[in-house]
Design a protein around this ligand. Structure first.
Ligand code: BGC
Length: 763
């Protein structure tokens, strides 16, 4: 007790830190430190720590500072510079207990330097490149005084209608889990306490990607086995990698909103998985419990959320207004509040803020003279990561790479689109600093440039869509139409195309079309752009489509029309340069799809690893009474794991070291991969496993490992994969995680569809 009082006194006198003069033992012991602090806190101060507010341009800063100084706010998000955040931390240092604030932001794919969108990062299958993007994002964010990001977003998405597909890493549990780990480690560095590290809060816990029909914020209804098997592992991977935070999903799960879900937040997350970090609600989610129809007013909403274990409430005042009287009436207990406060203080401790509240804010004299200075960007890294994330879908007659001496016409609404290039959730990225495709190609061509440009089409001619996309952008509209008629623009583009040797058309979605609240019923390229493509095709000139989009699109027709298709997603600040590198062959594309491309919306979901069925369709055989749609070809247009290169690769001599595996043993699966073409290049060798017969239905195949391999022209390498019992385990209907003896097929391929197979028995 004496020590506590001393601590209180010290706090009152210390210049910055709560612990400036305390004995080292106190701060080195997190639990003791947090407990000591909590003993000094009033109820109001405790509840204040649970409040996370968004800082908007219109908000009265003086009032915010007063509230912070009164101990009524625990953290902010959306205030993202040192000069903005320092006065708030100063205010916290004026508060009675000087508990530091933390500053959060959605650093999703870069902070100032914008890297490709997460779906694109996943397309690289390159863990070093992905990790580099996260590490740089963390460093840039920390240098701007940020302590925590609401990322990585690891929601498995198998329904491309969902706009947030762009923000995740695709459809596959194994790949997304690997990336989840990489991203957490990249953000948090070797340990959280460090001026260049930020805390990761994995989101959206849980199952947000499975919203019914791909409609944002919709319900999720899912069997426990499917959850455990397919959807939960990426969150778990992030937590096992040390993620300090979890952001709770907006959706309900089997009838209970995540925000009020004690099974999810307590039984699973904390008891089963041992999570000890900070659980933050999503924006306004506690209030939305009323809309979900599980709370009749704010009071009940606050009660449900705190009882479920939501420690911090994002952007509402319900905890502040309701918790005191809920406590008084005995509807909640002091321990409910205390556990939440412990999480917040624990996270601040882990961020190093008690040791130094200004750890990431630094000294005013060290503030960057220009927040947006070019020197603060990491362009070279962004360019390299971006080109690794592009997927060559088609390359008829080696249309690509383009010759720099060719007469090229560049068309399309996305050819000069600096905002779109960054993709959605582009943090503090500035459109003015992003390289458009036109700029990138012009630079790549230098003096040899023979590049003409014609816009050819707007993003869409549907005014309602344009209005929708521009609705929330107060500063400047995101989608600006060329006022000319569609026909005039097409005519101009066709005329230019007729003079050229080759056409490059940058088509697809604006970035806002693949974003939160941007679910679509139709995954076609907008019809006016398709009219443009048709007209370009009619010129007879070789046609290269550069796709920009945040989700798989249905491109059946365009796939026929185009000679080459490069999927570039939204590739970030250096996008234009990176795309030019690929188009001109300065970089040989190596990306592979992390999500299947459906032939039509009606086929969704098209994920590759679906469960085995009783009446499967067999390609080449009549389809009657088999599981298929009779009016179209069965299977995706482009399968998971697919992607071409400017060289060719072949696989041969697949072999297993044994045809049996015992529970403690290992099998070596090997294959020879050869670069049979004329260029150096990289490919991804993928290992899939199938449990042929199980106590419950098993997927037709599941990715279990992969290696990205660089091979010079003509080179070959033997690739080895280790298979152990652990790789064969799954959650059965009783949610027991175990491998079952029997036959397993091992498939190795350069995509999920085209594989060679061998089998073994698990004894
Ligand atoms: C999103 C979250 C995001 C939060 C704060 C919400 O609308 O669902 O992913 O972190 O806003 O910006």
């Amino acid at each position: 007790m004496k020590k506590l009082c001393l601590l209180g006194l010290t706090i009152g006198l210390a210049s910055h830190s709560v612990l400036a003069d305390t004995k080292p033992a106190a701060i080195e012991n997190k639990d003791a430190f947090v407990s000591n602090l909590m003993k000094q806190m009033t109820l109001d101060e405790k509840i204040g720590q649970l409040r996370l507010i968004s800082i908007g341009p219109e908000m009265p800063r003086e009032l915010i500072r007063q509230e912070i100084a009164a101990g009524k706010i625990g953290g902010t998000f959306n205030s993202i510079t040192r000069p903005e955040n320092r006065p708030m931390q100063d205010a916290a240092m004026r508060s009675r207990l000087k508990i530091p604030m933390f500053f959060a932001y959605d650093v999703i794919h870069g902070h100032r330097t914008i890297f490709p969108i997460p779906l694109a990062l996943a397309s690289s299958w390159d863990m070093d490149a992905i990790g580099l993007s996260g590490r740089i994002a963390a460093k840039e964010a920390a240098a701007d005084s940020l302590d925590i990001t609401f990322a990585p977003m690891v929601d498995i998405s198998r329904d491309a209608r969902w706009g947030r597909t762009s923000e995740g890493f695709g459809e596959d549990t194994y790949l997304v889990s690997r990336i989840a780990q990489v991203m957490v480690k990249a953000y948090q560095g070797t340990g959280l306490i460090g001026a260049e590290n930020i805390m990761a809060s994995v989101k959206h816990f849980a199952l947000y990607g499975a919203v019914e029909g791909g409609r944002d914020y919709n319900i999720v209804d899912m069997s426990p086995a499917k959850m455990y098997q397919d959807y939960l592992p990426p969150y778990r991977a992030a937590i096992d990698a040390g993620a300090g935070g979890v952001m709770v999903a907006l959706n309900s799960i089997n009838g209970v909103p995540a925000t009020a879900n004690t099974w999810l937040m307590k039984d699973l997350l904390r008891k089963e998985w041992g999570f000890k970090g900070l659980a933050v609600s999503d924006h306004g989610a506690i209030f939305e419990l009323i809309n979900h129809g599980v709370a009749h007013d704010g009071r009940e909403a606050a009660k449900l959320a705190i009882k479920a274990g939501i420690a911090m409430s994002m952007n509402d005042k319900l905890y502040a207004t309701e918790l005191p009287s809920l406590l008084k009436s005995g509807e909640i207990q002091q321990s409910d509040i205390d556990s939440a406060v412990r999480e917040v203080l624990g996270a601040k401790y882990d961020m190093g803020l008690f040791k130094d509240p200004y750890l990431r804010i630094g000294k005013a004299e060290d503030d960057p003279a220009d927040t947006y200075a070019e020197s603060r960007l990491h362009r070279a890294e962004a360019r390299d990561v971006a080109r690794r994330s592009m997927v060559l879908l088609k390359n008829h007659n080696e249309t690509l790479p383009l010759k720099k001496t060719a007469k090229i016409v560049l068309v399309g609404p996305l050819a000069k689109a600096p905002i779109d290039m960054m993709g959605s959730w582009a943090a503090a990225g500035r459109p003015a600093q992003s390289v458009t495709l036109f700029d990138g190609m012009t630079r790549a061509l230098g003096d040899q440039a023979s590049l003409t440009y014609a816009r050819g089409a707007n993003i869409t001619s549907d005014k309602k869509v344009v209005d929708y996309l521009n609705f929330l952008n107060f500063d400047a509209p995101e989608v600006v139409d060329d006022p000319r008629s569609a026909q005039v623009m097409i005519d101009e583009a066709v005329k230019a195309a007729q003079q050229a040797d080759v056409i490059v058309a940058a088509v697809g979605e604006s970035r806002g079309m693949s974003h939160e609240s941007s679910s679509r019923t139709d995954l076609n390229i907008p019809s006016n752009q398709r009219d443009l493509i048709k007209a370009l095709k009619a010129t007879g000139k070789p046609l290269v489509l550069v796709l920009m989009n945040g989700r798989p699109l249905t491109i059946l027709e365009e796939n026929e029309q185009a000679d080459a298709i490069l999927e570039t997603w939204f590739s970030g600040t250096e996008g234009g340069n990176a795309i030019a590198d690929v188009l001109f062959g300065d970089y040989n594309p190596s990306g592979k799809l992390p999500i299947s491309f459906p032939r039509s919306v009606g086929q969704i979901p098209t994920y590759y690893n679906h469960l085995t069925i009783g009446r499967p369709f067999t390609p080449g055989k009549p389809g009657n009474y088999t599981s298929q749609y009779f009016d179209d070809t069965t299977g995706p247009l482009y399968p998971f794991g697919y992607g071409l290169s400017y060289t060719r690769f072949s696989l041969a001599d697949m072999a297993l070291s044994s045809t049996t595996l015992n529970k403690t043993g290992k099998i070596d699966a090997r294959v020879t991969v050869k670069n049979t073409g004329k260029r150096d290049g990289e490919t991804v060798v993928q290992l899939y496993l199938q449990d042929v017969t199980g106590s419950m239905i098993r997927p037709i195949k599941e990715l279990k490992n992969f290696q990205k391999v660089m091979l010079t022209a003509g080179e070959q390498k033997v690739i080895h994969f280790n298979i152990e019992e652990n790789d064969l385990k799954f959650y059965n209907n009783q949610l027991k995680y175990a491998a079952e003896p029997g036959t397993f097929n091992v498939q190795i391929g350069l995509d999920s569809a085209d594989v060679t197979q061998q089998s073994f028995e698990l004894l």
